[in-house]
Design a protein around this ligand. Structure first.
Ligand SMILES: [Zn+2]
Length: 123
């Protein structure tokens, strides 16, 4: 087995390469507007629900105060993000049925789930 020197191996599929090469989105926050960001040059606004084509349904977005989750379909690989720069994930938890998600699914910030905090902005 060859030693991994940090470069990306040639035997990966295009999707695998895209995931390995993926970088956190370049997010520009608009001063005084918590409902709009520019991510990699495209503007995204806060949504209550986001359609997840692979699930065939819309999923309620967790209503954070300072951040929101969005879907950037231009990307190959991960397409769900939080405005803190973290990937976003769909969680299914029965307790959330009582918090406004009729289907028991929520789109949430992965950093916030893992650490109870969003990634620091301007890191
Ligand atoms: Zn976040």
């Amino acid at each position: 087995m060859s030693k991994n020197n940090g470069s990306i191996p040639n035997n990966l599929s295009l999707v695998e390469k895209a995931i390995k090469e993926a970088k956190a989105p370049n997010i520009i926050h608009h001063r005084g507007d918590l409902n709009k960001v520019t991510s990699d040059g495209k503007e995204f606004t806060r949504q209550e629900y986001i359609i997840i084509p692979t699930m065939g349904q819309k999923v309620k977005c967790t209503p954070y105060d300072n951040h929101f989750v969005y879907r950037d379909a231009r990307k190959l690989g991960w397409v769900l993000f939080c405005t803190c720069g973290s990937p976003a994930v769909v969680i299914n938890y029965d307790a959330y049925k009582n918090h406004g998600s009729s289907q028991g699914a929520l789109l949430a910030c992965k950093a916030q789930i893992d650490t109870n905090e969003h990634n620091p902005v301007n890191r």
